[in-house]
Design a protein around this ligand. Structure first.
Ligand code: KG4
Ligand code: ZN
Length: 342
């Protein structure tokens, strides 16, 4: 079964054809990052306009790269939530029109669930149940993936996502948008022990995250040093920041896996490209005897192959949409609201 995936939740217009949820036949991504860079972050209005300009050729390219016409597609999967509403609406409207015109099933996909599915494309042995840790620019959460379409959130960020923390700290360090990758590069040159960053303490669910305190500390530190005219070794600061984020993600994921009895852990989301997070979590999983999966770099960030992969499993589970499908800016995972631990 071949699913066409469409993704437009942020600043990537993407389309992909995936066979049986596991094999990528094409994967086209039109990134707008160069344009948003001059504003220091994504400008939502601009993102919507670019999606509108790009969506048709991106979908056409995905079909032609796969050696197919629309007749060879069995379903149209689209990211409908969460994300920038104007950006999501472009993909959703396009997918609805295409589904109506062709009579193919329309399959709604939650962006975060899509990130988790990126691992199915690279690791054919990975099957639920497992513990997912999804770390991106908008989300940070640990979730039990009970089956391909049933998720139970174990913990999530109470404020900023890890990617937001990376990006805002990167901006204060003088790196261009999106800054996470530049922090990663600088961290390779730095000495993490040169800085003592504050450790976040939280009451309640021990698997929840909070990154706003760390972000504020680093931004204020750089601001104050700048006002005093004091130089800052950004390589060392980047290394300390990366180490702290990697440690937090790793400690909480391992603790959750132990508490819930999981022996398989899968990392995904844009921040899963971070070398510190990848190394720390894979080493900790190995130490504990857990199987560990993470996507290759090309499937960490936003793409439509992961949407098509999750779309395949949604379709098998009977999750399709009719013409009333709408974009939703903020949406919990399937089953999350009822099942999140108190
Ligand atoms: O999943 P994604 O592409 O978009 C969202 O769904 O949010 O994640 C983007 C985030 C950005 O914050 C970006 O800076 C971060 O992933 N990111 C990284 C790295 N590569 C991307 N953060 C740290 N280190 C990296 N190597
Ligand atoms: Zn994403």
């Amino acid at each position: 079964m071949r699913i066409l995936g469409i993704e437009s939740s942020c600043d990537e217009t993407a389309a992909s054809v995936v066979e049986n949820g596991r094999v990528i036949l094409s994967n086209v991504i039109a990134s707008q990052a160069d344009e948003h860079r001059q504003y220091g972050g994504v400008v939502p209005e601009l993102a919507s306009r670019r999606h509108c300009e790009n969506i048709l050729w991106v979908v056409k390219q995905a079909l032609s790269d796969a050696g197919l016409t629309i007749d060879g597609i069995d379903g149209i999967a689209v990211t409908y939530a969460p994300g920038l509403i104007g950006a999501l609406l472009v993909g959703v409207s396009f997918a609805k029109g295409l589904a109506m015109m062709t009579g193919k099933p329309l399959i709604p996909v939650h962006h975060t669930e899509g990130h988790a599915a990126a691992n199915y494309l690279a690791h054919h042995a990975l099957e639920p149940p497992y513990l997912g840790i999804i770390v991106s620019g908008g989300h940070t959460r640990i979730a039990e993936v009970l089956d391909y379409t049933t998720f139970r959130t174990v913990g999530k960020t109470r404020d900023d996502a890890a990617g937001e923390c990376f990006d805002k700290c990167a901006r204060a360090m003088g790196f261009p948008y999106p800054g996470g990758v530049h922090v990663d590069e600088a961290a390779q040159r730095g000495d993490a022990s040169a800085f003592r960053l504050p450790k976040t303490k939280m009451d309640g669910n021990p698997y929840d995250f909070s990154f706003s305190g760390l972000k504020t500390y680093v931004v204020n530190y750089l601001h104050n040093a700048g006002q005093r005219g004091e130089p800052v070794n950004t390589d060392d600061l980047a290394a300390a920041l990366q180490q702290e984020i990697a440690r937090t993600v790793t400690d909480k994921t391992i603790a959750a896996a132990k508490a819930l009895g999981y022996h398989t852990v899968a990392l995904s989301g844009g921040v899963s490209a971070n070398s510190g997070v990848r190394n720390a979590l894979s080493a900790a999983c190995e130490q504990n005897g857990f199987a560990f999966y993470m996507p290759p770099a090309a499937l960490c960030g936003d793409n439509a192959a992961m949407i098509a992969a999750q779309g395949y499993y949604n379709y098998l589970a009977g999750i399709t949409a009719d013409e009333s499908l709408n974009a939703v800016a903020s949406k919990e995972l399937r089953g999350e609201a009822a099942q999140t631990p108190a």
